[in-house]
Design a protein around this ligand. Structure first.
Ligand SMILES: Cc1ncc(COP(=O)(O)O)c(C=O)c1O
Length: 469
């Protein structure tokens, strides 16, 4: 293919994706609205795409850019010179490494970590990968970590506890956990305490009324902050920071006992492109602290305007008052959240449905970014129209037999054939063992929503398996 044909083909394929810019996609992407920052990032990715972070001595420029990013983070997160950091590929990798490091530092039998029930799913993944038991403690009022209940759990598990973690804010509710109180508990017991600031860590430093949450709090031993979120850098960059080098050491991996080069890694990846790191360095230099202050002000003003608008719409409520840039919207019985998200997509806005959890019904998650802030009035107009239409459409009706089947499935005994049957019933079956993603996801979401989490997981895995055949 010629370069022109290839670019035309890429554009054609991209047409079916959600837009990454323009502020209408309120999950997955973060748009500063700064065209120059995007352009400099693209150039930096291109310049560094073929470099390899495998060997920092071969590409010392990567090491220097990592050091600059860590120094910038230190300056905004109240970290002293003793704070050290690593650039990783994303929030999940930062969290995986924090858990692995804590596990290896402790070296105990049956390691466990104690977290609030709102902790990000990446901790469950870390538990699964590294054989650390995830002990979740139900949150207290306001969906905030319950310090007394977590303390009780920590003391009950005793020496098995290798890590305690909390979020600033939690993804699902946008709520900041009580970091000072938790840090007092972990510090008194000599435990590691990780603050998951993946989504809030580049917002909170410029929110003057934020409670203390970062390295200003004695007892915080590690912290994750994603640059590919509110630092508005291209995807593939997060920072994992440790309060000192000794806390970080078990994160590093070396292997010399084979005939090839001595493997020496600070992250899970070995060969890795320097492109995302260079782009992050470029964007952070370009926007700078004053630029971020301005972007945060616009984002928070937009969040407040959006929350105000939601308060005035019949059938809707805020699940929690927004504390940073996340808004979570609940509906009453007249409006189905899955219909609402489909209707918003029809009018060009992507909002993310969150499935029911425990006693809590499904809701909608909105991630505000600076570019969305400008179009809040348009968003609210579309939302009002969608709510009216969803209320007229009424609740999604699920075939009672299908509902019963979904609720009673035993995920451990299901075979491929049963999954194919279920996917067909759910309207997801395509040709030849493939799956087809329907135009309207509402009915599928509504069905998945009534299944218990373990069944949901099994269904989703079967779905992905067929999607990628
Ligand atoms: C609080 C929190 N932690 C961790 C993550 C995981 O980050 P990533 O998707 O970059 O792996 C997210 C992503 O939204 C998050 O909001």
């Amino acid at each position: 293919m010629s370069p022109d044909e290839i670019l035309a083909e890429l554009r054609a394929r991209q047409a079916s994706d959600l837009p990454t810019h323009g502020g209408r996609t309120l999950a997955y992407v973060y748009d500063s609205g700064l065209a120059q920052a995007d352009e400099i990032a693209r150039q930096a990715v291109g310049m560094y795409a073929s470099t390899n972070g495998l060997d920092p001595t071969a590409f010392p420029s990567l090491l220097s850019m990592e050091a600059d990013l860590v120094a910038f983070a230190r300056s905004i997160l109240h970290g002293g010179d003793e704070v050290v950091g690593t650039v990783t590929s994303g929030g999940t990798e930062s969290i995986l490494l924090a858990v692995q490091t804590a596990r290896d530092a402790a070296g105990v039998d049956r390691p466990a970590m104690v977290v609030p029930s709102t902790i990000h799913a990446a901790f469950a993944k870390a538990a699964h990968y590294f054989g650390v038991e995830l002990v979740t403690v139900p949150v207290g009022p306001g969906h905030r970590a319950d310090v007394a209940a977590m303390t009780e759990t920590i003391d009950r598990l005793g020496e098995r506890v290798v890590l305690v973690a909390a979020s600033t804010p939690s993804y699902a509710h946008g709520v900041i956990d009580p970091i000072e109180e938790l840090a007092a508990v972990t510090r008194a017991r000599g435990l590691r305490f990780h603050v998951d600031a993946c989504i809030g860590g580049w917002i909170l430093p410029w929110m003057p009324d934020a409670p203390p949450w970062d390295f200003a709090v004695p007892g915080v031993t590690s912290l994750s902050v994603d640059l590919h979120k509110y630092a508005y850098t291209p995807k593939g960059v997060s920072l994992l920071l440790h309060a000192d080098a000794a806390l970080r050491r078990p994160q590093f991996f070396a292997h010399a006992d084979w005939p090839g080069y001595t493997m020496l890694n600070s992250t899970m990846q070995s060969t890795k492109s320097g492109g995302p790191l260079a782009a992050a360095w470029a964007v952070v230099q370009h926007i700078g602290a004053d630029g971020y202050r301005d972007l945060v002000r616009r984002t928070i003003d937009g969040t407040n305007a959006l929350a105000d608008g939601v308060r005035g719409i019949e059938h809707l409520h805020l699940v929690e008052e927004p504390e940073t840039s996340l808004v979570v919207i609940g509906t009453d019985d007249a409006v189905d959240v899955f219909t609402l998200s489909d209707l918003m997509l029809d009018s060009g806005w992507f909002v993310q449905p969150q499935m029911r959890f425990g006693d809590e019904p499904a809701n909608l998650h909105l991630t505000m970014s600076a570019a969305t802030a400008e179009s809040v009035p348009d968003f609210l107009e579309a939302l009002r129209a969608a709510v009216t239409e969803a209320a007229e459409a009424g609740p999604i009706r699920i075939d009672p037999m299908l509902a019963q089947a979904a609720a009673e499935l035993d995920p451990d005994t299901l075979d491929d054939e049963a999954f194919d049957g279920l996917l067909a019933l759910a309207g997801l079956a395509g040709d030849g063992g493939q799956v087809a993603v329907p135009e309207r996801l509402g009915p599928v979401n509504a069905l998945v929503d009534i299944a218990p989490p373990r069944v949901r997981e099994a269904l989703m895995i079967a779905f992905l398996d067929r999607l990628t055949r």
